[in-house]
Design a protein around this ligand. Sequence first.
Ligand code: NAP
Ligand code: MG
Length: 401
Amino acid sequence: MTKIQMKTPIVEMDGDEMTRILWKMIKDELILPFIDLKSEYYDLGLKKRDETDDRITADAARAALKYGVAVKCATITPNADRVKEYNLKEMWKSPNGTIRAIMDGTVFRRPITVKGIEPNVRSWKKPITIARHAYGDVYKNAEMLVPCAGKAELVFTGEDGTQIRELIHEFDGPGVLQGMHNLDGSISSFAHSCFEFALDAKEDIWFAAKDTISKKYDHRFKDIFQEVYDREYREKFEKAGIRYFYTLIDDAVARVMKSEGGFIWACKNYDGDVMSDMLSSAFGSLAMMTSVLVNPEGKFEYEAAHGTVQRHYYKYLKGEKTSTNSVATIFAWTGALRKRGQLDGISELAAYADRMEKAVISTIESGKMTGDLALITSMSNVEKLDSEEFIKAVRGCYEAL
Ligand code: NAP
Ligand code: MG
């Protein structure tokens, strides 16, 4: 069998612990036998980050900008325990934070749905993707306890000395007070990423806020989305047969619960924090959740939403069998390879990705799965496989398709 040839390399970001073990198994069993893989490899494992004073993370992010498509393994974000465990020079920052700061994008989280792992909401037939704005609002607030009666005002002092004042409240006793902000540039980047993603997924996009109550703040979000849409995306959306609409956040929540799924839900920072946890648990499992960072120029970085599965890794190190779910990491690879295929006009690469994803889903639907899914499936006669057996079963299924 001849292997599929690539033109442009994928940026490959290796990672830590159990997911690093899975990474190699996935490459050996599911990728290298079928694709003549071209990748520019960056080892973001904690040891290498420490050796390079974390320069490797920034280098990897810049390579993602250069080539346009990256796939990333889960990585350790160091804390005090990790500094000791790995004898680190410094408590390096979260690699995902560094990559996001360089690529400037929005994170989209999308569940992988299979028969036998049913969503808790009966009407959901297709995945719902959450796009969470990752800047500002309550996450960059200033707040205070108000100790006694008094007047609270919002004051803006311009560079040119102009002052704008707004009364917040005349307190007649103690209370609480909070100031928040956002930036036109960040909101506009968020809108661009959302519209790019929707075009790529060929799905409708909803955006919701509370502009009826927040007539300036939330209204600004609504207006910027609409301006960006009208100026740059309306025609593309009409051509693709998808739509964008804005609605109030409470209306969106009600509609999501009655929907069939199959759309993207863009959320302000706080709404996205809350709603993404609701969606991922309602859809089943963190190990079945993919995540992709899309920057406003349409550059993509694919990964699994879960971490390095440390507990399983320590079992693995002791020589014990693990049953770690590799599905979201496999889908990170297929997502990246499909995108690379589309950008380079290599239809075999996109077809490979479709077929591999189908093989993963068929394997699970035939009753072969890892322990995390075996615990929550509605199927009977389930065969619980270990980490390696599952990947081998997927390969068998792929070859039989
Ligand atoms: P985690 O790796 O997501 O794992 C938490 C628990 O969830 C696991 O112990 C396991 O439960 C279950 N789980 C997660 N993924 C699974 C999978 N693929 N298959 C089976 N079970 C799975 O989170 P963590 O243990 O809190 O974090 C470990 C490390 O990951 C940390 O150093 C953190 O910094 C890092 N992290 C990285 C990323 C990223 O790179 N994007 C994201 C989050 C966390 P059971 O033990 O009950 O089986
Ligand atoms: Mg949260």
